[in-house]
Design a protein around this ligand. Structure first.
Ligand code: PMP
Length: 375
């Protein structure tokens, strides 16, 4: 199987597995227990991983809160911020192309009477400057805009958006799930107050991620109502016994991604360029790329094969190649991302997402293109 669905999840790196195994076999202590070495070893391993994840953004270790993944982090931050800071100014602003774990939370809050603004995007799927300015004028409590899109890879200038929010006293969150490990993310200004990410998108284990909750400009911890109450782990932001082996795997995946970050970015750019070039060369009349081809996360290619049905195409390929119609988390519905950038239903139904990893090869892309030509 040739795997081109790396935006859905990635293959775990064997070095990550090796780092995790001792914490499943020998080092099984509970890091919240006290006084004996088994617990202290587990605690030390958790703190070393916390420091490693913090390095992804150049933030402090105690700004990293381990969660079960980006879905939980998005829920914790949106619900926690609105509950804590909502007050009378009860509005939340999210872009129209966010992942379902943002949009569904926004919808849930709307049903409960909260005012939610949905920020328009331009024809590439990037947050529209005029729409953002109009949103900021209404002074929402929190603005949440993804760093990079999981279907098209299109990037937002979140640094500048966060600064504009900060100037007006508005909190800013970004879902960094797809960007981490593929592009430079450090150092990141404090104005990006909240971030979400998942380990399994960077060749780490599934079921572990982080909410990054930055301190304010005075170095004071940002308060947030927790989603999960209990023993007070994770600085009271997220209770429950820590998944030590997963946290260790996350730390190792972050370390490996950081070590080779520039190399990974360049490799992904090369692979993407090769794929685009081949597709245009082989199918000049039916291939059309969705979103922007520059200023994007390298390795995510969203492409229309005009006149084909994406589900049939993916099924035909499925014995040998894994790719998708878009987000794995809402794969039964036509893509809201492609709809927001103005594609017709027919265009959406002929679009597929090919998402690469630095572990893919030019030969795999050539084999895929040759197979497509034969079909
Ligand atoms: N946000 C984005 C942008 C994603 O791509 C994903 C995963 N598809 C998530 C959030 C949710 O991540 P997880 O399923 O690991 O919780």
């Amino acid at each position: 199987m040739i795997y081109f669905d790396n935006s859905a999840t990635t293959k775990i790196d064997p070095r990550v597995v090796d780092a995790m195994l001792p914490y499943l076999y020998e080092e099984y202590g509970n890091p919240s227990s006290k006084y004996y070495s088994l617990a202290m070893h587990a605690k030390d391993a958790v703190e070393a991983s916390r420091a490693q994840v913090a390095k992804l953004f150049g933030c402090d270790s105690d700004e990293v809160i381990f969660t079960s993944g980006a879905t939980e982090s998005n829920n914790l931050i949106l619900k926690g911020v609105m509950e804590t800071y909502g007050g009378k100014k009860h509005s939340l602003a999210v872009s129209k192309v966010e992942h379902s774990s943002i949009l569904e939370v926004a919808g849930y809050m709307e049903q409960r009477g909260m005012e939610v603004m949905y920020i328009n995007v331009d024809s590439y799927g990037r947050v529209d400057e005029t729409a953002l300015a109009a949103t900021l004028d209404i002074e929402p409590v929190l603005v949440s805009v993804q760093w990079g899109n999981n279907e098209t890879g299109v990037l937002n200038d979140i640094r500048s958006m966060a600064k504009r929010c900060e100037e007006r006293g508005i909190l800013f969150h970004t879902d960094a799930t797809q960007v981490v490990g593929k592009l430079e993310t450090s150092p990141l200004e404090r104005s990006v107050r909240f971030l979400s990410l998942s380990a399994h998108k960077l060749h780490g284990p599934k079921g572990i991620g982080a909410a990054i909750i930055r301190k304010d400009e005075l170095g004071i911890k940002t308060k947030l109502a927790p989603l999960i109450h209990g023993g007070g782990q994770e600085y009271n932001y997220r209770s429950g016994t820590l998944s030590v082996h997963n946290i260790v795997g996350f730390g190792k995946a972050a370390e490996l991604a950081l070590l080779r970050q520039e190399e990974i970015t360049i490799r992904l750019q090369e692979l993407e360029e090769h794929l685009r070039h081949k597709l245009v060369e082989l199918f000049p009349d039916i291939v059309r790329f969705n979103g922007d081809v520059t200023n994007k996360i390298p390795g995510i290619v969203n492409v229309q094969f005009r006149g084909t049905n994406n589900e049939l195409l993916i099924k035909k390929l499925s014995d040998r190649y894994a790719l998708s119609t878009g987000s794995a988390c809402s794969s039964s519905k036509p893509s809201h991302v492609l709809h927001s950038i103005g594609l017709t239903l027919n265009e959406i139904r002929s679009s597929v997402r090919i998402s690469l990893s630095h572990m893919n090869t030019i030969e795999e892309i050539d084999s895929f293109c040759a197979f497509l030509t034969a079909k």
